[in-house]
Each structure stands twice: as structure tokens, then as C-alpha cells.
Design a protein. Structure first.
Length: 155
């Protein structure tokens, strides 16, 4: 699959929201947010999410049909003493696009954005048992530094 990457902008909210909801539906244990919470948000909330300057959501598009096949977001901490830190959240790649380099491409661009806005530390969380995500993040240079037992409650 040949893909292009770009930062999503507020006018992309209408294509971002359905893919975000798909990820929550197909991989509910991979996210802190729930499908119910995110489904309740209107398009305006997604438009706002894509307009925050220090944050960035990268989209991967299938070149053949220009369909959005992957997303990931970097969120900058807002408190004075932690504004040098950011977290990668909301990573999702459609099943068809997995294993094609889409995830790596998104991570690479999120880290580049982090550097461009002066972030010195970038982190992320992976739920136990999500080995494909863990391998992707380790391949991208991330290392495990701890575990949070009972960090999320499911079911």
C-alpha cells in the first residue's frame, strides 16, 4: 500500500471522527477513551481537537483512493513544569493498512512535530498484551520504563 502523510487540520474533522470511532469499536482495549464517550462528541469537538496548535494529529492516506487509513496524535502537557513533555495518543491503523509502514510513518512524523515545538520528552502507553503496538513503538526507539497495574478498567 502506498500512503501519504499529513497533519490533519480542522476541516478534516469529518474524515477523522469516523476513523477514530472505528478504532474504538474494533480495538476498545487499546484506548483510554470509550466508544460511548467519543460517539457523544459532535463534529465541533473533533474540529476543536484538530485546531490546538501545540498538538498535532497525523493522518495516513491510501494514495490509491485517498482514504484515511491511520491516525495518531501528540498532545503537549500544559503545566509550566511539564510543557517540555508530550504524549502520543489515539494511534490507530486500519486492519488493511497494518504491516505496511503506516504506523511507523505516523510515529516518525509525530516525533518530528514534537521536536519542532520544542518538546524534550515524548511518551506513550501501551496496554499489556498489545504486542504489535509494543513492537512498533520499540522499533521507533521507545523503551518500557514501567508498568501501571490496573491503569484501566474494562468490562
Amino acid at each position: 500500500m502506498e500512503v501519504t502523510f499529513r497533519r490533519l487540520v480542522p476541516s478534516d474533522a469529518a474524515i477523522y471522527r469516523p476513523l477514530r470511532l472505528e478504532g474504538l469499536e474494533l480495538s476498545p482495549h487499546s484506548f483510554t477513551s470509550t466508544l460511548e464517550e467519543e460517539s457523544a462528541l459532535g463534529l465541533e469537538a473533533y474540529t476543536h481537537r484538530l485546531s490546538v496548535t501545540d498538538n498535532a494529529t497525523i493522518g495516513a492516506f491510501d494514495k490509491e483512493n485517498e482514504k484515511l487509513v491511520g491516525i495518531g496524535t501528540i498532545v503537549r502537557e500544559q503545566r509550566t513544569r511539564t510543557r517540555h513533555c508530550g504524549d502520543i495518543v489515539g494511534m490507530y491503523v486500519t486492519p488493511k493498512a497494518r504491516g505496511t509502514g503506516v504506523g511507523s510513518g505516523i510515529i516518525e512524523r509525530l516525533v518530528a512535530h514534537a521536536r519542532s515545538v520544542g518538546l524534550r520528552a515524548v511518551g506513550l502507553e501501551v496496554i499489556g498484551g498489545n504486542e504489535p503496538a509494543r513492537r512498533l513503538y520499540e522499533k521507533s526507539g521507545f523503551r518500557e520504563y514501567g508498568r501501571k497495574p490496573r491503569a484501566q478498567l474494562h468490562d
